[in-house]
Ligand binder design. Sequence first.
Ligand code: NAD
Length: 296
Amino acid sequence: MATIGFIGLGNMGAPMAANLVKSGEHVLGFDVVPALGQASGQDGVQIVANARGTVENADVVISMLPAGEHVLSVWNDIAPHARQGTLFIDCSTIDVTSARKAHALAAARGIATLDAPVSGGVGGAKAATLTFMVGGSQEAFARGKPLLERMGKRVVHCGEAGNGQVAKICNNMILGAAMIAVSEAFVLGEKLGLSHQALFDVASASSGQCWSLTSYCPVPGPVPTSPANNGYKPGFAAALMLKDLKLAREAAASVNAKTALGAHAADIYGEFAQQGHSAADFSAIINLVREQSKRG
Ligand code: NAD
C-alpha cells in the first residue's frame, strides 16, 4: 500500500481520492474548505490540517486545484517537505506556462513530476473512467501510470513537462468550436423546417459526424444520455469550457499560433457566461445561438 497525498477535494478531487482509497491506497487529503475534507473523510480519506501534512509521509502527492496560481502556491509550500523520491502529479487544468514553472520548481528540489489533466468530468471521476493526458519524463510517467489507472481508463503520455496541458487545451478547443458548429447547424435546420432527428440521422452518418453530435447532441431526443434531455444540467459546465478556451487563446498568443475559430468560440462562451449561464452544461450554447437567431 502506498501513501498518497491529495490536495483539493472539490467536485473532481473528492471522487478521485475516494477511488484511490477503494483501490487500497492510504490517502492523506486536504482542502482549504473544511466541509469538503469532512465529506472525503467519510470516503476513507485521512484528513490532515494543511497541505504540508499531505506530503511529509507520501510516496506520491496529487493536486486537483482551480488554476495555475493555486498549483504554484501549493507546490511552493509543500516541495521543501517532500521525502526523497516523492512524485508530484498535478491533475488540474492550468496554463502551460504555470505547469512548466511547477515542474521546474519541483525539479530544483529533485522531485519527479507529471502534469496530468483529465477529461471525462465529474461522472468520469466518480466512475474512474477519466482520460489522463500526461506530460513529464518517461521515468516519472512509468511511476505515475499505475496510480492514474486507478482513477481512469486511459492514460496517454503526451511528451515532456507541460504537454499534458497542451493536449488538454487543444482537445477542448476542438470541442468548444465543434459544439458551437453543431448548435448552429441545428438552429439553421430548425429555421428552414428540418427536424432535429432528420438532421441527426443524416449528419451522424455523414461527414458532419463528430462527438458533439453523436455523443453529446445539444438538442433533446437523438442522444438520450446528452444533457439536453436533462435541462442542460452539467456534464461539463459552460464556465469550465470558457476557462479552457481562454487558456487555449492565451497559449496560442504566446507562440503566435493562428486559432481564429478557437478565439471566436471563447468570445461566444464569454457572452453566454455574461448572460448568467456559467453553471449550465456547455451544450446549452445552442440556446444562445437560437436566441440570437430571433433578433432582427
Ligand atoms: P472545484 O472548485 O470543485 O475544486 C477545487 C478545490 O480546490 C476546491 O475544493 C478548493 O477549495 C480547493 N482549493 C483551492 N485552493 C486550495 C489550496 N490552496 N489548498 C487546498 N485546496 C485548495 O473544481 P473541480 O471541478 O474539482 O476542478 C478541479 C480542476 O479540474 C480544475 O482545474 C478544472 O478545470 C479541472 N477539470 C474539471 C472538470 C469538471 O467537470 N469539474 C473536468 C475536467 C477538468
